[in-house]
Design a protein around this ligand. Structure first.
Ligand SMILES: [Zn+2]
Ligand SMILES: [Zn+2]
Length: 825
């Protein structure tokens, strides 16, 4: 009987029901077993799963199922990152309510995930948009507020005009909104921030512990956190009491500083020009720059605009008065928002100086062009060299001078040796509806007051008109806004901004440890047992955003004494993209393949096997219908093998010396060894599957009409091994086959992973080539490691060799063990 589409449907739904009824993948804390926590980045519930999800979750599932068979107590949960803008936008479009829309999407997604046969502990399924979950967001926020880690401040913030909300720095990708790709502009607003910068040293240092993360991700985080050593130099403003602080890592170039540039947002700018003839053009420039995206301002090939403030600063090392400019290529986010410009040794400064005809001075000599003058320069010299025009430092190699000059300046009181971080605090307030209400109250008397713990959750009201226009929708709901101050009892109002949804995903992995705990954020013992996540799987796009925030929250919760680990994720796998016709599958390109359709035609097992066979997990995967067909044929072949060739026999002592029997045993043991290695040495699932195919070939080759019980037992054992090794990849059909074989275990998911015998891997004979005077004359079959004397006898007895060699004429007899015999006559 072939394994038809109809069979697939019946088998897959039968086993999905079985797993549901028996709660096969429900786990409890069990100190007697080693634990293993496998987690995929939980989905945003858009309604339908796409191939990217299927790939991510299939990789996780295969690992989870393998670890279960290896005897681990495996936690493999799923939930939904359910707050966020798309639900709000969809609700506006379809004139429904974001809660209803989201819950409907979750229900649909839940069914699709079940159809894939994923081994989730469904009792832990959670959704961040339910008060049961988000009340703990509020609880964490208040804890942070109490520690001074959540604070409100007015500043220039990233604003997405399309989403009509603020964005964190991490959410601005190449100057655009990470969600809708609209160019981000700056706006002055008072907003809530989380002081992630307080954890910058730990976040940086502990990257070294994450040995099992892709080095690329670690490098991206290191760069984002951006620690740099340098000196903060004080430039006095001429004829004013003010001082401009400039942070530089290049103290070696201070003698070449010929002007200073402030970011247009720098707080001193307005003061410097107030009441002067420069004021109008300065204000105009500030306004123009606010509409430019930061990435555009920072990009190298952009024209560097700026205006002169009319003021001068004093370079402390030589007393020169140098002009102060404001320029769009300087950002408030970096350093102090002001730079000393050294046009001869910094390309951006060079371009700005050329544009505005500013003076230049060479202070590092290019060893290849020792007599170069400023007029001859066509670009800045940014390489190493010895100092010139630097007074007592002339002749010092510039790398050495960096530290020397910094310390010298500190000694003179002209600067302060210091460390700077690129990381900025995390802006988390959003002017949107579909998120966690920030649990704060504004009282006319007491000021900002946190909602007391016993009053949590601050429930997000459901009957809100979401229009997508004009500020926080919650601000228009008077029953929400109006409240009583918990401190003085006077009338007060609630904060109406909601939290960025990355808040929700910064700790969900902890909630899974005791997903529906009513008393606490999570049970301490459970968290202690399950954490950290042993294997985390998700897209590289979260290399900074989510992965940095999750690390920050874990460190904070550790400081509160709630978790015992510094780091949430021991090992990270970033799966590759799914492509079709050479391009990333996406709705906008119109090149998607709907998982639903593949499931209906081929079933989950085939889809899973194809995805895992087509490419290693980290690589891109090119969609290929032939590959899908091939995966289906392979499962069909194994299925028929069980159906036709597996016959129940009495158990016998399996011990044979016949060559075909030994070969089958060798292939069986080899498959176990290779597939196990593929799991243990970097998840090479594609090679694992090819070893399964090799074993299937060996079984097919094994004589068809087995005459006795011994051989049937051997055949059975090989087929059983094949089915067991296939179990993590194609979980439904293996359950069916296990049952067809009359096995006593109710589910193969909990059967022990097979082990191999190193001895059985040894071949009983090997083939050696025999050369006479350098030419191969024969191939002989002998036992491995045969003593030379015996080998000599066999060689000389071989007819073909004997033709060329007469006994007694042998001058040399050379043996390359187990490979070659070379006879010289
Ligand atoms: Zn946007
Ligand atoms: Zn009050």
């Amino acid at each position: 009987m072939p394994y038809t589409t109809n069979d697939i449907r019946n088998i897959e739904s039968k086993w999905q029901k079985f797993w549901d009824i028996h709660k096969t993948f429900h786990v409890k804390m069990d100190a007697s077993k080693p634990k293993y926590y496998v987690l995929e980045m939980f989905p945003y519930p858009s309604g339908k799963i796409h191939m990217g999800h299927v790939r991510n979750y299939t990789i996780a599932d295969v690992i989870a199922r393998y670890k279960m068979m290896k005897g681990f107590n495996v936690l493999h949960p799923i939930g939904y990152d359910a707050f966020g803008q798309p639900a709000e936008n969809a609700a506006i479009k379809h004139k429904t309510n974001p809660a209803q829309w989201t819950r409907r999407c979750i229900a649909q997604m839940h069914d699709e995930l079940k159809r894939m046969g994923f081994s989730y502990d469904w009792d832990r399924e959670l959704s961040t948009c339910e008060a049961e979950y988000y009340q703990w967001n509020q609880w964490i926020f208040i804890k942070m507020f109490e520690q001074g880690l959540a604070y409100k401040k007015a500043s220039s913030v990233n604003w997405c005009p399309d989403c009509e909300t603020t964005l964190a720095n991490e959410e601005v990708i190449d100057g655009s909104c990470w969600r809708c790709k609209t160019a981000v502009v700056q706006k002055d607003l008072e907003q809530w921030y989380l002081k992630i910068t307080q954890y910058a040293p730990g976040l940086l240092e502990d990257l070294a512990k994450l040995e099992q993360w892709p080095s690329r991700v670690r490098a991206m985080q290191e760069n984002w956190i951006g620690k740099s050593y340098g000196v903060e130099i004080f430039f006095k403003v001429k004829d004013m009491p003010e001082t401009i602080s400039v942070f530089t890592t290049r103290a070696d170039t201070i003698f070449g500083a010929t002007y200073v540039v402030l970011a247009p947002e720098h707080p001193l700018v307005k003061k410097l020009t107030a009441g002067t003839s420069q004021e109008a053009q300065t204000l105009d420039f500030i306004k123009k720059t606010a509409n430019k995206s930061k990435s555009l301002r920072m990009s190298g090939d952009q024209r560097k605009d700026g205006v002169f403030t009319g003021r001068h600063a004093i370079n402390p090392v030589n007393g020169e008065a140098i002009p102060i400019f404001i320029g769009d290529y300087v950002l408030m986010e970096y350093g102090t928002g002001a730079i000393m410009a050294v046009p001869t040794h910094d390309q951006r400064d060079f371009e700005f100086a050329k544009l505005h005809q500013l003076p230049m001075r060479i202070v590092i000599e290019d060893p290849k062009k020792p007599n170069m003058t400023v007029d001859q320069m066509t670009q800045a010299y940014e390489e190493a060299g010895r100092l010139v025009h630097c007074g007592e430092f002339d002749g010092t190699p510039n790398e050495e001078a960096k530290k020397k000059i910094a310390e010298w300046m500190q000694g003179k009181g002209w600067g302060q040796v210091s460390v700077h971080w690129r990381l900025r605090d995390w802006l988390i307030s959003r002017q949107r509806y579909w998120g966690t209400p920030i649990p704060m109250i504004y009282c006319p008397v007491c000021g900002i007051v946190p909602v007391p713990e016993h009053q949590l959750p601050v429930v997000l009201p459901q009957d809100v008109q979401v229009t997508g226009q004009g500020g926080s929708p919650l601000a228009r709901v008077s029953s929400f806004v109006e409240c009583i101050c918990p401190q003085c009892g006077l009338k007060a109002r609630r904060e109406t901004d909601t939290m960025a949804t990355f808040f929700d995903s910064s700790w969900y992995f902890l909630r899974f440890c005791s997903a529906h705990n009513k008393e606490k954020i999570f049970n301490d013992n459970e968290a202690k047992y399950w954490m950290p996540v042993d294997q985390y799987i998700g897209g590289i796009e979260h290399a900074i955003l989510h992965l940095l925030y999750a690390r920050f929250f874990t460190k904070f919760l550790k400081d509160l004494g709630l978790v015992h680990t510094e780091e949430p994720f021991v090992r990270l796998l970033t799966q590759g993209m799914v492509l079709k016709d050479g391009e990333v599958m996406s709705k906008s390109r119109g090149n998607t393949v709907d998982p639903d359709e593949v499931l209906s035609q081929y079933g989950a097992d085939t889809l899973r096997l194809f995805i895992l066979f087509a490419a290693p997990p980290e690589d891109q995967l090119e969609w290929n219908s032939d590959g899908l067909e091939g995966a289906w044929r392979f499962l069909n072949r194994v299925y028929q093998m069980v159906e036709k060739r597996y016959k129940s026999v009495k158990s016998v002592d399996i011990n044979s010396t016949s060559e075909p029997d030994l070969t089958l045993e060798r292939e069986r043991n080899n498959a176990i060894k290779r597939v196990t290695q593929s799991f243990e040495e970097g998840y090479k699932f594609n090679t694992a599957i090819s070893h399964l195919m090799v074993l299937a070939n060996a079984i097919d080759k094994y004589k068809n009409d087995v005459p006795d019980i011994l051989q049937q037992s051997l055949l059975n054992r090989a087929i059983e091994t094949l089915v067991l090794l296939l179990a993590p990849f194609a979980p439904h059909v293996v359950e069916e086959m296990w049952q067809m074989m009359g096995k006593s275990e109710a589910t193969i998911a909990r059967v022990a992973w097979p082990t191999f015998d190193e001895k059985a891997l040894k071949t009983s004979t090997i083939v050696m080539a025999v050369q006479v005077n350098g030419r191969v004359r024969a191939q002989i079959q002998v036992a491995p490691d045969m003593p030379q004397e015996e080998l000599r006898k066999i060689c000389l007895a071989d007819g073909n060799v004997a033709k060329y060699v007469q006994e007694g004429a042998v001058k040399k007899f050379i043996v390359v063990p187990n490979k070659l015999v070379s006879i010289v006559v």
